[in-house]
Design a protein around this ligand. Structure first.
Ligand SMILES: Cc1cc2nc3c(=O)[nH]c(=O)nc-3n(C[C@H](O)[C@H](O)[C@H](O)COP(=O)(O)OP(=O)(O)OC[C@H]3O[C@@H](n4cnc5c(N)ncnc54)[C@H](O)[C@@H]3O)c2cc1C
Length: 450
């Protein structure tokens, strides 16, 4: 690509999707400006993936450092986009870049929507995950779990949280509460190895026997399903606590039960049955209720995007162009769309979990970023004029200075990393020391101590 066709692209969000977009476009010779809410890059690769997955985390970190050290990549950490934040969406669009990609993940939380959900001891899974990965704002807050924790969900996030409760909090009991049955469990069999040494197999056997008739009503054989499920409890990671883990199936939480201090004491649960739906099943409530005692409830039921950012939003997602273009990948899927005008928002794209909340692992988010970069490249080919990066960067820096923002660049990040490595502080469950507040990080950087 010649210098005259090199564009300035802004990528908002430095998680796996944003880093993939930035990498493709930087390698193609464009100037890429990355704006990231967190001081550190990586998104959920830094603050979501379970701490002990060192190989995955380390590999991603290495790739991201290589990208950020390219001369045509400009990183601004600790810069949040949204109304009342460091920059609004409109301000980002008006900086003069040829295109803006929003890869800001799915930062909203799905409303729990059951009575009592504001009680002490009720948590959203992402907040818990951010807490044990020490994301500033979460790492330094107490998350009191009590002895018996109920986790609503049957996916990998439920397993990760159970892992933390079993290995580090060493609670007495963890119960995964599942709307449908054991055949509809969603976690990856490899992931369950992290917790299977603590499975209370007798209880699980009794639980499956309890719902046997409701399974057979939809043609499911309880014995086969139980065998399939417990056969996956092999190659378990060594047991480090006496926590017992179990499941409650065909169960929907209806109400959080609280004590006199508004602290969780249990759940009111409704019994479900299964009904066939095409090849799949759905849970249908039986209007039979019972009390399930527990000290904390964690909802691990997926995320939605943050509707307060200022991008067009509907039903948990930012809106993309409904009019398919027929390209492969289809441009429409990545183009932000304004339903009030019925038009694509020129030059604004979405990628990763910001496009499809809670969709898949890092590999999927990366592929989404690669596809988005292809779509952006097609768009750039239609743009005749573009600004020099200095013009865009100067405008950005002026706004950030006026707002008294504290952007963090790659040099600052390197220094921060060295300071964390040299720190003798507690390493907690994450196997490394991490500053848990932005104040500490920014303070260190600005005093030149990092
Ligand atoms: C608990 C959990 C465990 C997981 N474990 C695994 C695993 O073991 N293996 C695996 O492959 N995948 C795992 N995943 C999935 C993986 O983390 C995601 O697929 C991936 O991180 C999504 O990438 P993303 O870039 O779309 O979003 P994110 O990773 O969420 O990145 C979003 C980025 O945007 C920034 N941002 C947010 N809001 C703003 C804003 N307003 N302005 C500016 N910047 C903003 C954030 O700072 C962040 O850097 C896990 C996910 C979760 C939730």
């Amino acid at each position: 690509m010649s210098a005259t066709t090199s564009h300035v692209i802004i990528v908002a969000g430095a998680g796996p999707a944003g880093m993939a977009v930035a990498s493709s476009l930087a390698k193609a010779g464009h100037e890429v400006i990355i704006l990231n809410r967190d001081t550190k890059f990586g998104g959920l690769a830094e603050y979501g993936i379970f701490p002990s997955k060192l190989k995955l985390r380390g590999g991603l970190k290495k790739q991201y450092w290589e990208l950020l050290e390219r001369p045509n990549v400009h990183y601004f950490g600790n810069v949040s986009i949204g109304n009342g934040k460091d920059l609004t969406v409109e301000e980002v669009r008006n900086l003069g870049a040829s295109a803006v990609v929003f890869s800001i993940g799915a930062q909203g939380t799905k409303a729990i929507g059951v009575e009592g959900d504001s009680a002490k001891g009720v948590f959203h899974a992402k907040d818990v995950v951010y807490h044990f990965n020490r994301l500033p704002g979460f790492g330094d807050r107490p998350f009191d779990m009590g002895k018996h924790v109920g986790i609503i969900g049957a996916g990998d996030v439920m397993v990760d949280i159970s892992h933390w409760l079993i290995r580090y909090k060493k609670v007495e009991r963890v119960t995964a509460i599942v709307r449908r049955g054991p055949a509809e469990r969603k976690y990856n069999p490899k992931e369950i190895r992290a917790v299977c040494a603590n499975m209370d197999v007798d209880r699980i056997t009794n639980e499956v026997a309890r719902i046997k008739d409701r399974l057979s009503a939809v043609g499911q054989n309880a014995d086969d399903i139980l065998k399939g499920m417990t056969d996956e409890f092999t190659k378990c990671e060594p047991k480090v606590s006496e926590t017992k883990m179990g499941f409650k199936f065909l169960a929907s939480p209806k109400r959080i039960l609280v004590d006199g201090n508004n602290r969780v004491r249990g759940l009111e649960m409704e019994e479900n049955k299964l009904e066939p739906k095409g090849e799949d099943t759905v849970a249908v409530g039986l209007k039979q209720y019972y009390e399930f005692p527990c000290d904390a409830v964690i909802f691990a039921v997926g995320d939605k995007v943050d509707e307060t950012v200022g991008l067009p939003y509907k039903s948990g997602l930012f809106i993309t162009n409904p009019n398919k273009t027929g390209n492969d990948p289809d441009d429409a899927l990545f183009q932000a769309y304004d339903e009030t005008t019925g038009k694509v928002i020129d030059g604004v794209f979405l990628a990763g979990w910001a496009r499809k909340a809670s969709e898949g692992l890092v590999g999927i988010a990366k592929r989404d970023g690669d596809w988005c970069a292809e779509v952006v490249t097609r768009y750039l080919a239609t743009k005749l004029q573009c600004n020099h990066s200095k013009v865009v960067l100067d405008k950005l820096k002026t706004i950030l200075t006026d707002r008294k923002s504290h952007p963090v660049d790659v040099k600052n990040l390197r220094a921060l990393e060295a300071a964390e490595k040299a720190h003798k502080g507690a390493i907690d469950c994450i196997g490394e020391f991490k500053y848990a507040s932005n104040q500490e990080m920014i303070g260190l950087i600005e005093r030149g101590n990092a």
